[in-house]
Ligand binder design. Sequence first.
Ligand SMILES: *Cc1c(COP(=O)(O)O)cnc(C)c1O
Length: 455
Amino acid sequence: MAERTRYLLPEEAIPTSWYNVAADLPNPPAPVLHPGTHAPIGPQDLAPLFPMAIIAQEVSTERFIPIPEEVLAIYRLWRPTPLHRARRLEAALGLPERVRIFYKYEGVSPAGSHKPNTAVPQAYYAKQEGVKRIATETGAGQWGSSLALAGSFFDLEIKVYMVRISFAQKPYRRALMETWGAQCVASPSNDTNAGRAILAQDPDSNGSLGIAISEAVEDAATREDTKYALGSVLNHVLLHQTVIGQEALQQLEMAEAYPDVVIGCVGGGSNFAGISFPFVREKLAGKPVRIVAVEPAACPTLTRGVYAYDFGDTAQLTPLVKMHTLGHTFVPAGIHAGGLRYHGAAPLVSQLLDEGLIEATAVTQRPAFEAAVQFARTEGILPAPEASHAIRVAIDEALAAREAGEERTILFNLSGHGFFDLSAYDHYLSGEMQDYEHPQSAIEAALAGLPSIAD
Ligand SMILES: *Cc1c(COP(=O)(O)O)cnc(C)c1O
């Protein structure tokens, strides 16, 4: 038989439960605190914002949580996603057979990324509880379009606050959201108090995810028929993404392979968690697998932020969570990986880093795009700029193993395609793209604004 390139599972192999890493953590997660009183909050405090089923998942310590049949029926539109062996990339890199690269491809979803894996259950649970409308924020537009898609499946009204710089750079994302029936405005907007306050200070604000979250949370908290949904960071979002890694485990078995290293890019941490948490479980059970989170040097949350309590948003409306953060006032440079520009990282990812179970590294955007172009020219798929950060590190891991004469099996998550990011490729190919590292002085200024929490 010819050499296998893709490892494909039948629909019956879609996982029927999500894997909850909280059940296996060596230490309990730090409590979530009320933004005003700093006391631990309970489920009732989150009830204005989230459906009860989502809140239950947020605090659950059950190891496996069943996926509702209605959600599985929609997952079957694109899942299981393929696992590829990157044979043509391996050949271009001159890798010996002992160094192998596999990637899980989440760009086959209708929205072109992993995000519908959580948008669909979030919309499903909202519908179950009688919600009519969901407000949310979006950075590069992938989350907004994924929730728009899920809203159309469950007949929910969706309002998206889109970070202004991305709104300007990615007009086709807005068209996609509107095609799926959502309403999309540039944030900061005039539709909320939080948006109007920012615009009064800075009418030309580029916006940030922190600002857009403030707007969406205010919208949901002030309307009876509306809930809020978040596309990353929170425990339930990471939980929903674990279908990725659970499928990958089955597919690697078909390939008679096991990864030495698992790699994912990190914005808020959800696609990284999706591919890696099932492997964290294996690592805790004794498998010697390395797990590497990759972030942009322009938004170095895990590598240069602090592990501390912070707000999830700029206007300080959200509860306080313990996470790696650059401070809630941090406004990153307008790099092209718009999905990687959040000031914090998921509490679960932050805790795993703090406990030494995962590693983190940062790359600048030109080396990331160089890897993306090499990938596109060998494997054919045009990667999302976010995912190109993972590709850069996968290639570097492979080259290091080749030089060291070691065996290495590498798995990375290709979180999405880049068809809506062609202006970013244009910018790279024309030679205009600059590398950018966030200056230490700006990081220190933003960290000075962290809330002080008595231990
Ligand atoms: C949103 C997005 C990311 C970053 O978000 P995470 O929650 O860290 O996964 C990465 N890749 C793609 C394609 C995205 O759409």
